[in-house]
Design a protein around this ligand. Structure first.
Ligand code: UD1
Length: 321
């Protein structure tokens, strides 16, 4: 069976990808520096190499183990931090990826799936966002994702190499069988923050903005279950190994859910009121971000299974009960 090197495979999305690969009959080797990855997220059926993507020799050691394809999810992802400390993001998200692709070329590894982001689009000029939408990232984080896609496109032209960049919208949820339990430390995203409030890890939270031009005044986002994201990676690996071409593909559900709807749905599931307040808008937040994912569905022959936000939130709450 093909052997896949999952860089960042001990993280939140990476561990779900490893699970999906193993269930699909692939061999998986995790390469992770454990800076945000967690030991509880490692599967004993997968290999593990502790290493950093800034260490080209460590990458070469991993790549030389008969790797057929790479999935790279080891990016830093805090948008706010990327604006305060672009050096950290340039080093990790740009230098790191140069090491990865050079190591692939040096070791004759020809396929890569890359974790990109809806952040490559910037402020939506029309909705839903399709892959032809102009690329104008509003954060340094988004810039590093776009720069990586451009780098991969050049390597695909110049080398025997192809890639699929998966532009994630808002990843949420946990595997329904509770096999992955590592919660993100110091979360920055909405649902993990709400869950910390639900379990008493924090007193409460704020809803950023109540006066957007949306049905309830709060922002709409496209929340996609992490197991659906994960199955798209396995489908992408399959496609890369049978097709010479490369692609950038949106991964979302096409459905906009508001912050208030997420809060209300969580209250219903946990059976109690949450402590929250309305606060000012967060700078740089578009009112609505929703994906058109038809291209991914067609190219990957993939479809998200979770369509109901309550079912998605339930998979997170299941870890607490
Ligand atoms: C952000 C990034 C995206 C990145 C993703 C995951 C932007 C425009 N997008 O998405 O590129 O891939 O994080 O790291 O920066 N909210 C609250 N209260 C909170 C936290 C969030 O009301 O305490 C609201 C936000 O205003 C937003 C929604 O919840 O409307 C979702 O926020 P968040 O989880 O941070 O994701 P995005 O900003 O959509």
């Amino acid at each position: 069976m093909p052997k896949i090197l999952v860089i960042g495979g001990a993280g939140y999305i990476g561990s779900h990808v490893v699970k999906e690969l193993l269930e699909g009959g692939y061999e998986a080797v995790v390469f992770d520096d454990m800076s945000s990855g967690q030991e509880v997220n490692l599967f004993k059926e997968a290999g593990f190499i502790k290493g950093n993507i800034l260490d080209k020799k460590a990458l070469d050691g991993a790549m030389s183990q008969n790797i057929d394809a790479v999935i790279h999810l080891a990016g830093k992802k805090a948008v706010g931090e990327s604006m305060e400390n672009p050096q950290k993001y340039a080093e990790n998200n740009l230098n790191g990826v140069v090491n990865i692709v050079n190591s692939m070329v040096d070791n004759d590894v020809k396929h890569i799936v890359f974790s990109s982001s809806a952040a490559v689009y910037g402020m939506p000029q029309y909705l839903p966002l399709d892959e032809k939408h102009p690329l104008n990232p509003m954060s340094f984080y988004g810039y590093t994702k776009l720069a990586t896609e451009n780098l991969l496109a050049w390597y695909a032209k110049l080398k025997d190499f192809n890639y699929i960049a998966l532009r994630y919208f808002n990843a949420v949820g946990y595997a329904a069988d509770k096999s992955i339990t590592g919660r993100e430390k110091n979360p920055q995203n909405l649902l993990p923050i709400i869950m910390e409030a639900a379990t008493g890890k924090r007193d409460g939270f704020a809803i950023f903005g109540s006066d957007y031009d949306t049905p309830d005044g709060t922002c709409l986002r496209d929340y996609i279950h992490v197991s659906d994201l994960a199955s798209a990676h396995v489908a992408a690996i399959k496609r890369l190994m049978t097709d010479k071409k490369s692609y950038s593909l949106n991964l979302g559900t096409g459905k906009g859910i508001s912050v208030k709807q997420i809060v209300d749905a969580t209250e219903n599931i946990i059976g109690k009121r949450l402590n929250y307040r309305y606060a000012a808008r967060r700078p740089g937040d578009p009112a609505i971000v929703v994906a058109k994912s038809d291209l991914a569905q067609q190219i990957l022959n993939w479809k998200p299974k979770y369509t109901n936000i309550e079912d998605i939130i339930q998979t997170v709450w299941n870890l607490e009960i």
